[in-house]
Design a protein around this ligand. Sequence first.
Ligand code: AHR
Length: 309
Amino acid sequence: LALLVPTAFAQVDPSGSGLTIGFAQVGSESAWRTAFSEAVIAEAEARGINLLFSDGQQRQENQIAAIRSFIAQGVDAIILAPVVETGWDEVLQEAADNDIPVVIVDRNVTADRSLWVTRVSSDFVHEGRLAAAWLAQATAGDCDIVELQGTVGSSAALDRQQGFNEVIALFDNMEIVLTQSGDFTRTGGKEVMESFLNTMDPADICAVWAHNDDMLIGATQAMEEAGIDPGDDILTISVDAIPDIFLAMAEGKANATVELSPNMGGPAFDAVVAYLNGETLPDWIPVAGGIYFPDTAMEEYEARSGGGE
Ligand code: AHR
């Protein structure tokens, strides 16, 4: 008789203790990404979760191989931070076929909605809008902008660009005059900014808009090497709020950053537990962030870098 009773969901401890979860991370391209990986690993340790961590080195094929390996190992769940938006349906279907739930974190996927449980992330479009709104205010809506894009095909780059462009379209005299991807890396940002400075007269550049702080810091190095004062001769706006950008702001080399919280491990693990316990989850679990300026930069640097380095 007992066998005929419908099986209730086996209750998982609210902390997730005892679960084995695979985490397919994008890579370690930026200081923000490293902070995010460290936060997820620390959160898993604190909860007693057995975390299988994979660094995809910014290559989708590595992430797909990691997911297949997690499936073969019979994990309880998979957390995926996807490098690009498209091309996930086949491997996510394989996870579904093996009854392994997948939670998306950070960047988005275009995959069939039935193939993932929920997404824990910030609102990248909003981040772009916030960046542009600040720049419009700082320049009275008159600014020729060079743009350092993030990884081509990533939702972080696509959505930030969309949000920024929506806002500057409201101003007749705000325009993106040059744009190129620096792949979210410091080296990429420096190289692209060097080429921008060689392509046009730096005196005609009002601001640099970088999809992340690392590219912006690379760009400040390029500007300084060219005898330009970043933050003064050319305004700067970027995203992430890593400790180094606060230091740059405190030194007068950067003007503003939009925060992206790296603390998404907790909500992602909570989502896995809730799903395994039979709860229905929303499509999106938002993570909030603010915008920061030089006035609080040293204070923020000290708080975020553990008292300064
Ligand atoms: O997907 C989020 C972005 O990825 C961060 O803004 C950037 O630093 C990272 O590479």
